[in-house]
Design a protein. Sequence first.
Length: 271
Amino acid sequence: MTPSRDISRLLDIMAALRTPGSGCPWDLEQSFATIAPYTIEEAYEVADAIARGDLDDLKDELGDLLLQVVYHARMAEEQDAFAFGDVVEAVTRKMIRRHPHVFADENGRLTPVGVTSAWERIKAEERAERAARRPAGENAPTSLLAGVKAGLPALSRAMELQRKASSVGFDWNDPREVLRKIREEADEIEAALDNGDARELAEETGDLLFALVNLARHVGADPDLALRGTNAKFERRFGYIERTLAARGQSLEQASLEEMDALWDEAKGKE
C-alpha cells in the first residue's frame, strides 16, 4: 500500500484497517460513538491551525478530518446503510440545490440578500423532506429549540439555544440584567460550596457558564473565540513566569505562589 492523491487509496486503507482477521485490532473495535469524540477533536485542530495561520499544519489537519469522514462512511457501509460515495453525492446535490444562482440554467444572478433568502427557503424545504421520510408514527420535533444540533460544542450550542429563545422575545433587554444573573449564579455556587454537594456544584457551575455565554451574546462576542483569546493570554503570562524563574535558577516547584503571582502581575503589566 503506497500513498496517493486519489481518494480511493484512502478508502482502500480504511477498508483494510476494518477487515476482520487481517485489520487493525483497535480500528476493528471502534463504533460511531467511540469515533465521534475524535471527529470533534480533529475539527477543533483544523480551527486551531487556521487561527495560527499555519497552512502546512492546516493541510495535515484537514487530512485527519477527512479520515474521520472516511471512517464513519466505512462503518456505515459495513452495516449496509450508506457508503462514502453516497456521502459525496448527498453533499454535492445539496450544494447545487442551495446555489440556484450559480448552477441553475435560468439567467440572472441573485443579490446577496436574495441569496440568503433562497438559502433559508431551500433549507426549510430540505427539513420538510427529511420529516416526510421519517417512519410513519414517528413524531417530528415541535420545539422551537429542536433545530439546534445536539452535537454542537457546548459553548456554541448554548449560544444557539439562547438565540432561538431570543427570537420569540425570551431574553433580557440589557446586558446589565445578564450581569445580575451572573452574580446570582455565583452566589448559588458559594452556597453549594458550603453544602459540599459535588453534583449541585457541577449543576450550578453549568448555570454560571450558560449565563456567561448569554453575556457574550449580548455584548457581541463569540464565547469560543473569547475563551481562545484568554487561553492564549494565560499561556503567554505563564510562559513569562517559567522563563523568569528559569533565569533565576528556580523551577516552578521551587517557587511560592506569591512569587508566581508577582511574576504574573509583571507579565500583565508588560502587555
